[in-house]
Design a protein around this ligand. Structure first.
Ligand code: 9G3
Length: 577
C-alpha cells in the first residue's frame, strides 16, 4: 500500500477527552473517528486491525465446527416480548418504530433471534449439538459511554449460541469455546486471565470472563495468591470467620451524632469487624409480566465489608437498585438514618443477612434511636437470624481467604473483559417455547450456551497491553501493517530505487507492507510510523548508494544495517516463516 494513496489522518496531540492510552492512540493515530457519543467510524487503519482479529476468531470458531450466520441488527419487538425481556430492560435497550409504527429494537444481543432462527427446523436430538456464531454490530445505549471503543454504544461482537440435548453436550461445547477463546486471545498476542463471573440477568448458572489485565480496565478481578482461581469482584466469594468471645452484658450506649460505622467502632473502641452495618435500598422488581413495582430491602453486613450491588440485584432479582433516601428510612423502614439496627417494625421490607455476620459475638449495631447504638448484641439473646434470609451479597476484601484452595488469599487487579462464555441452560428455550424431540420422543426445551467476544475491544485491549508514548506496539498477528518501507529522501534516485525494490518484493511475498512515499520530513514519517505501530520498518537513507538499508524495530530492539537482500530475506523468514 502506498501511503500517498491511503488515508491515515494522524494528529500531533492526544484529544482532550481521551482518558486511556488506547483511546488517545486510536483517535490520534487515525484508527477511528468519533461521530457521536459512543459511536465511531472505523478508518482504514482501524478496520485493518479488526479484520485481522475477525479472521483469527473465524479460524478458531470454525475449527470447533461452529457455523457462521448473520442476524439482523433490527429485531422485532415480538421476539423480545416472547422472551419477556422487552420490559426487563430500560433505556439501555434502544427501541425504535418503523414507518408502520411497528416496534423494533436495535439488537444488544441475539438470544431471541437465534432461537427464532432455528425454530422452524431444529426439532430433533439428531440435529444436536449445533453452535451458531455471527460477527455483527450491537447497540447498547450506555448511560456513560467512555474510553473510546472500550465502552462504545455501537460495537462489533462475535456472539455464538449453542443448542444441546443434554448438559454433557453443553459441557463439551463450553469447554471447546474455552479452548477457542484461549487460542484467539493467544494468537492476538494478548496475555489474558479467565475469571469466574456473574451470569447476571440472562440467567444460566455459570459463566467465565476472559480478561486482559490492564490498570485501565473497568473490571476488578480478585485472584488467589496461591492457586489459579480468579473471579470478577461481582462474583468472588470467601469464608468469613468471626472470633467467638464470651457473651457480655448487652447495653445501649450514647453515640451522639456518630453514624459512620468506622466512627462508631473507634468511639466504642471495638474493631470494625465487631460491628454490624445496616444498609437500606429501594429497588424495582418485575412482579408480573410488564408490571414493575418499587420495593425496599435492608442488608445486614459486617462493618468491614461493602454490599456488592450485582450480588444484591441477583439476590433480589431486581431490575435495578439504589440506596434508600433518609426520608424513606424514616417512613418505610421506620428507623433512624445512621442508627439502623435490628428490624422489628418495618413489615414489607425484604431483609437480607450477609453471611459475614454469622457468628459475631458482642456485636455493635444501631439502636434504631437517634444518637444511640447497642453494644454486645449476641445472637439468640438479643436477635435471631432467619436462615432463609442469609445470603452472600458482600464484596470480597483483598486478603480474604480463597474459596477454591482455602490456603491463598485474594489479591486485586484490574482487567478489560474481552470475552464472556455462559452456560445458559433452558432460560431462552423455555421462555420462547423452543423445543426438540429427545431420543425417547419426548418434547424437551433446548439446553443452550452463549459465547461473546468484543471485537473492537480486543483490538483496543492490545493497545492497552502494548504501547509506549509514541503509539501502539502491535502484535504482528493483528498489526495494521507488518512492515513500513521508508525512504528518507524521496528526491534521491538511489533511495527510491531500493525502496521500490524492497516494497515490491515484500508485497509479492504477501507481506502487509506500507510504503511511505510522501514528500514529508523524516521526523513526520517516523512519528507516523510509530502511530501505525508496524513491528518492522526499513529506512532507506544515505547508505542506499552502498546498497545498505536500516532495519529498525517498533519494540525498541537495536536497529541493524543490512544489505537489501539480507533485509528482504530476514523479513520474509520472520513474517512468512
Ligand atoms: C440488553 C441490553 C444489554 C445487555 C443485554 C440485554 C448484556 C444482555 C448479556 C449478554 C449475554 C451474552 C450473547 C453473547 C455473549 C453475551 N447486556 N447482556 O443480555 F437488552 Cl440493553 O449479552 N449474549
Amino acid at each position: 500500500m502506498k501511503y500517498s494513496k491511503y488515508y491515515i489522518p494522524t494528529f500531533r496531540e492526544n484529544p482532550a477527552d481521551a482518558e486511556i492510552p488506547s483511546q488517545a492512540i486510536a483517535l490520534r493515530g487515525g484508527y477511528i473517528k468519533k461521530i457521536a457519543t459512543g459511536v465511531y467510524d472505523y478508518l482504514p487503519l482501524g478496520l485493518r486491525v479488526i479484520r485481522k482479529v475477525e479472521r483469527i476468531i473465524r479460524e478458531e470458531m470454525n475449527k470447533k465446527d461452529a457455523v457462521e450466520v448473520l442476524m439482523p441488527s433490527m429485531v422485532p419487538a415480538e421476539l423480545w416480548q416472547k422472551s419477556g425481556r422487552w420490559f426487563k430492560y430500560g433505556k439501555e435497550l434502544l427501541r425504535i418504530k418503523d414507518r408502520a409504527g411497528r416496534d423494533f429494537c436495535y439488537g444488544p444481543t441475539h438470544e431471541e433471534v437465534i432461537v427464532d432462527l432455528v425454530s422452524d427446523d431444529l426439532k430433533s436430538y439428531k440435529q444436536l449439538p449445533i453452535n451458531f456464531y455471527q460477527i455483527q454490530n450491537k447497540f447498547r445505549d450506555e448511560i456513560r459511554p467512555r474510553f473510546g471503543l472500550m465502552r462504545a454504544r455501537e460495537f462489533s461482537m462475535k456472539d455464538a449460541y449453542s443448542f444441546h440435548a443434554d448438559e454433557q453436550s453443553l459441557d463439551l461445547t463450553y469447554k471447546g469455546m474455552y479452548e477457542a477463546y484461549s487460542n484467539i486471545f493467544g494468537r492476538c498476542g494478548l496475555n489474558h486471565r479467565v475469571v469466574s463471573a456473574d451470569s447476571g440477568a440472562i440467567g444460566g448458572n455459570s459463566s467465565q470472563e476472559f480478561m486482559i489485565v490492564a490498570e485501565t480496565g473497568e473490571d476488578e478481578i480478585l485472584y488467589c495468591s496461591s492457586c489459579d482461581h480468579a473471579a470478577n469482584i461481582e462474583k468472588a466469594s470467601t469464608k468469613v470467620t468471626n472470633k467467638s468471645d464470651d457473651s457480655l452484658e448487652v447495653e445501649k450506649v450514647h453515640t451522639p451524632d456518630i453514624k459512620a460505622i468506622e466512627d462508631v467502632a473507634s468511639f466504642l473502641n471495638v474493631g470494625v469487624e465487631k460491628t454490624i452495618k445496616v444498609v437500606a435500598y429501594k429497588y424495582d422488581k418485575e412482579v408480573a409480566p410488564e408490571k414493575v413495582q418499587t420495593k425496599y430491602a435492608m442488608v445486614y453486613i459486617r462493618g468491614d465489608y461493602e454490599v456488592n450491588d450485582v450480588k444484591l440485584i441477583n439476590r433480589l432479582d431486581a431490575l435495578g437498585i439504589e440506596p434508600a433516601s433518609e426520608e424513606e428510612i424514616i417512613s418505610v423502614f421506620k428507623t433512624v438514618p445512621g442508627f439502623m439496627g435490628f428490624s422489628s417494625k418495618a413489615s414489607d421490607v425484604q431483609i437480607i443477612i450477609d453471611d459475614s455476620i454469622i457468628g459475631i459475638t458482642n456485636a455493635v449495631i444501631g439502636a434504631n434511636e437517634k444518637d444511640y447504638h447497642i453494644k454486645n448484641a449476641n445472637v439468640g439473646r438479643d436477635y435471631v437470624i432467619d436462615d432463609s434470609l442469609v445470603a452472600d451479597v458482600k464484596t470480597v476484601n483483598v486478603g480474604d481467604v480463597c474459596l477454591s484452595c482455602f490456603k491463598g488469599t485474594y489479591k486485586k487487579e484490574r482487567g478489560i473483559e474481552v470475552g464472556h462464555i455462559f452456560k445458559l441452560g433452558t432460560k431462552y428455550s423455555q421462555s420462547m417455547n423452543a423445543t426438540f424431540l429427545d431420543q425417547q420422543g419426548k418434547v424437551q426445551p433446548f439446553i443452550m450456551g452463549c459465547y461473546g467476544i468484543g471485537v473492537g475491544r480486543t483490538a483496543m485491549a492490545a493497545i492497552e497491553q502494548y504501547h509506549d508514548d509514541n503509539g501502539p506496539l502491535w502484535p504482528i498477528s493483528i498489526a495494521p501493517f507488518e512492515v513500513i518501507v521508508l525512504p528518507v529522501n524521496g528526491n534521491k534516485e538511489e533511495q527510491v530505487k531500493l525502496a521500490d525494490d524492497i516494497y515490491s518484493e515484500l508485497l509479492a511475498k504477501g507481506i502487509d507492507v506500507l510504503y511511505d512515499d510522501r514528500d514529508e520530513r523524516l521526523g513526520v514519517k517516523l512519528n507516523d510510523a510509530d502511530l501505525i505501530g508496524a513491528p518492522y520498518r526499513v529506512i532507506i537513507g544515505k547508505r542506499a548508494i552502498e546498497g545498505i538499508v536500516e532495519l529498525s524495530f517498533r519494540n525498541g530492539d537495536e536497529k541493524v544495517e543490512l544489505t537489501v537482500e539480507k533485509v528482504k530475506q530476514f523479513l520474509v523468514e520472520k513474517i512468512k516463516g
